[in-house]
Write a protein that binds this ligand. Structure first.
Ligand code: ADP
Ligand code: MG
Length: 577
């Protein structure tokens, strides 16, 4: 390949390295905190702002629960009264009581439905907002979060934002349902029982402290097994996200059976972890049923009291009804505790994506770049990935004047792409500075900096969508200018094959642009960079997959474009020159 204008003043001192990046965030692993009690208030603290923002449906849901519990508390004495209508049989009153009771049942039913509908609305809205916020933050994270030895897998992020966020919705709903509705019903029933007979009430409550202790202990265990289940499911999701796009590679290497085994082992890890979680989760509610042992005591003592005449039969019926209705809110509370312990790791893992040092520390003095001449200067730049990795760049100087085309040649792993990443401020140099038109890039707003740089990278990235959407990527929201798309495609010598497509520029490119050959993808990517009309154009091994004829056409087009432009900055790997 021919270098248009080789640069002479480069001091190149690349050390080939395989450094690993230390990710600042510790979010890839959720803290297991094995066996340590975490107060429910601590674990749900991150949810607070979202819950507060949903105060309206929450309040409505709770008000409906008041209605429902109120009707229930009216139902119970009425149920007791039925026994007084037997001797002698009072048909008129019986009819009247049935009507009132039917009305109360109806109110309870409607109240219950509205309570659940409002609380689900609040829980799902909370999770919707969390997802938006977390994804927004993920997009803002520095590149180091995604790259390197400790980088997070895309599948893991996807799993947290989809499946784990759904778990959080269940937890939020359960909590909202317990805080007011279940507590209200519990208190209402307890008061009814205490009013009817305090001794019987205390007898029924004997098993509660023991039950609470065992449930509390098992809850902590549930958190640990849930954490394991989340990690196993996230690994499965990460694996699938990585392997499915590489299906061609798998098939070409006859690796289907090997991948099947790997999948099987990950799926088995998920199965064991989930099985442990589900079994424990099914066991805890059974402990709540232990309160039924308490009812045995109550029934025996109650029967004794009725036989001695110290409590009448209708009071006993009301008491037993209240006791039975007391069990369901206790069960709800147990379920909420279950959900909370199960949701804790999900909350932790989801929100760990959100807490980080921002990519750009807001610099009030940062300026926007306009009318860029395009002079680029690396001055004494050193850089390493992570805190302890080997130096990838060491005291590197590079001066590219406005309007110059420069080819950087160096061995694979020499640091060429790293230079590009530094110019785009995907990372900051350890030492030294990078200037555009004499301005340190740390003093330029990141958005403005990146707007002026067109990058065609080593790995061509196309997204599902039309050809036009891929070329006019930067304007997808604002509206794509078709004339510019066509011009860019022409200059990237992509016009011919695009127009031969069935729907031309409107043809869907398939997942990751799979309808195209490697060289065609690269030309679309070049067209995308040209569409942007950048002041600085970087081709990072962007023509590696082009045949010599297409490369010549692209180069001629670029040279033509250069004439009206200040600078074209070209990185290209020319193996040994
Ligand atoms: P080139 O583009 O010249 O082939 P790179 O700039 O991509 O080389 O890489 C330079 C060196 O930095 C290589 O040794 C590579 O292993 C290392 N490296 C690149 N990216 C990372 C990363 N995200 N984390 C750790 N090391 C990296
Ligand atoms: Mg490279």
């Amino acid at each position: 390949r021919q270098v248009t204008k080789p640069i002479t003043n480069i001091i190149f001192n690349f050390s080939i390295s395989t450094s690993a990046l230390t990710v600042k965030s510790s979010s890839t692993r959720a803290a297991a905190n094995s066996g340590k009690f975490i107060s429910p208030f601590t674990s749900i603290a991150p949810l607070k702002p979202y819950l507060l923002s949903e105060w309206k449906p929450i309040l409505c849901g709770w008000l409906c629960s008041v209605l429902s519990v109120y009707s229930l508390s009216k139902i119970i004495p009425k149920v007791g009264k039925f026994s007084s209508l037997v001797n002698p049989l009072d048909v008129v009153r019986l009819r009247a009581e049935c009507l009132v009771l039917g009305g109360l049942f109806f109110v309870r039913l409607v109240g219950n439905y509205l309570q659940q509908a409002f609380l689900w609305e609040a829980a799902l809205n909370c999770v919707y907002k969390m997802r938006i916020c977390v994804f927004h933050k993920v997009l803002q994270r520095d590149l180091g979060f995604f790259e390197g030895e400790k980088g997070i897998a895309a599948g893991d992020v996807a799993y947290r934002i989809t499946a784990e966020a759904s778990d959080v919705a269940d937890t939020v709903y359960s909590l909202l349902n317990t805080i007011v509705p279940s507590s209200l019903q519990l208190s209402a029933m307890a008061v009814q029982m205490l009013v009817i007979n305090p001794v019987l009430s205390l007898l029924s409550a004997l098993v509660i402290p023991l039950m609470g202790f065992v449930i509390g202990y098992l809850g902590e265990k549930l958190r640990d097994v849930s954490n394991k289940a989340h990690l196993a499911a996230a690994s499965l999701s990460s694996y699938l996200n990585e392997i499915l796009p590489s299906i061609l590679f798998v098939k070409a290497n006859n690796a289907e059976s090997c991948e099947r085994k790997k999948f099987q082992s990950l799926a088995f890890a998920d199965l064991s972890a989930t099985m442990g979680k589900k079994k424990l989760k099914s066991f805890i509610p059974q402990l709540v049923q232990a309160i039924y042992f308490g009812t045995l005591l109550t029934f025996s003592a109650g029967t004794l009291l009725v036989s001695k005449g110290s409590i009448d039969c209708s009071a006993m019926v009301s008491f037993v009804t209240s006791l039975v209705l007391l069990i369901s809110p206790i069960q709800d509370a147990g379920k909420a505790y279950n959900e909370l312990k199960q949701g804790e790791p999900a909350i932790q893992r989801l929100f760990s994506l959100k807490t980080f040092e921002p990519e750009e520390i807001v610099n009030p003095d940062a300026v926007d770049l306009d009318c860029v001449a395009g002079e680029v200067k690396y001055s004494n730049v050193s850089f390493r990935y992570g805190d302890n990795g080997p130096l990838v760049l060491k005291n590197t100087d590079l001066h590219i004047k406005s309007g110059e085309i420069v080819a950087l040649c160096g061995p694979s792993g020499g640091g060429k792409t790293t230079l590009v990443k530094l110019l785009l401020r995907l990372y900051d140099p350890l030492q030294g500075s990078i200037l555009i038109d004499g301005l340190d890039i740390r003093g330029i707003r990141i958005k403005s900096l990146r707007r002026n740089i067109g990058l065609v990278s080593q790995d061509t990235t196309l997204f599902s969508g039309s050809v036009a959407e891929n070329i006019g990527y930067r304007d997808r929201m604002a509206g794509i200018d078709m004339e510019r798309v066509k011009l860019a495609a022409r200059n990237a010598s992509a016009e011919e094959f695009i127009e031969a497509l069935p729907l031309s520029y409107e043809t869907n490119v398939g997942p990751r642009g799979s309808i195209f050959s490697g060289g065609q993808k690269q030309r679309i990517a070049i067209a995308r960079a040209l569409y942007q009309d950048p002041s600085i154009l970087i081709l990072d091994e962007a023509t590696s997959a082009l045949d010599s004829k297409s490369e010549l056409l692209v180069r001629q087009a670029l040279q033509h474009l250069m004439q009206n432009r200040t600078l074209k900055f070209r990185f290209s790997l020319l193996t040994m020159m």
